[in-house]
Write a protein that binds this ligand. Structure first.
Ligand SMILES: C[S@@+](CC[C@H](N)C(=O)[O-])C[C@H]1O[C@@H](n2cnc3c(N)ncnc32)[C@H](O)[C@@H]1O
Length: 190
């Protein structure tokens, strides 16, 4: 069976990430991906979870507490500032990251991810990604501002050096109403 978008996003993360590693949820929202990453890296790993909305940080904190996770670090800041929160030791690499673009469901549809900050965050993570590490981006683009973000990211990733990165696009081309799709970047070399 072909995997749906969210299943495939998790599958890609699962394939690339090991226990005890450092990973990033760049848009934690209600915390679904944060919890998933938390399981993948285990109690000695670390999940850095970002969101600009206090509401999202509170919702994710609640989930983390309910599931008794001790490896999640919630950061109420834009992911464009990720560099500030990464380990000072450059040998401590990131093994994976996920972005769910767009707005928080059932919340203010005007608070959305934006092209410039998303691209800055992607580039920062790429610098710190270990070999075979992966960034998975779930691109929602049906909302106002979504198309511009989608196009800016595609343009940016199109130019990534193929010697250093594999860039994948996965999505269903016969679905109506701007279905989300996945972009994934895997680092080939350190
Ligand atoms: C589609 S939702 C994420 C859903 C989430 N993965 C989940 O499991 O519920 C997108 C989130 O990105 C957040 N966001 C928007 N711009 C951001 C930024 N610059 N930095 C971090 N988070 C941002 C929004 O506040 C929103 O919560």
């Amino acid at each position: 069976m072909l995997k749906g978008i969210l299943n495939y996003a998790h599958y890609l993360l699962e394939e690339a990430i090991n226990q005890d590693e450092i990973v990033i949820d760049a848009t934690c929202g209600n915390g679904n991906d944060t919890l998933f990453l938390s399981e993948l890296v285990g109690e000695h790993g670390k999940v850095l979870a970002f969101d600009i909305q206090k509401e999202a940080i509170t919702a994710t904190r609640q989930r983390v507490i309910e599931h008794e996770r001790t490896n999640v670090f919630l950061i109420h800041d834009s992911h464009e500032n990720i560099a500030k929160y990464l380990p000072a030791n450059k040998d401590e690499k990131i093994s994976g990251a996920i972005f769910n673009l767009g707005y928080l469901p059932k919340s203010d549809k005007k608070i959305i991810t934006k092209p410039d900050s998303t691209i800055t965050a992607i580039d920062t993570i790429l610098e710190h990604l270990r070999k075979d590490g992966i960034i998975v981006i779930v691109v929602y683009h049906g909302h106002e501002g979504g198309k511009e973000e989608k196009e800016a990211i595609l343009k940016h990733l199109f130019h990534l050096d193929q010697q250093q990165y594999s860039v994948l696009r996965y999505g269903f081309i016969n679905q109506k109403n701007d279905p989300p799709f996945i972009l994934a970047i895997q680092k080939k070399a350190n």
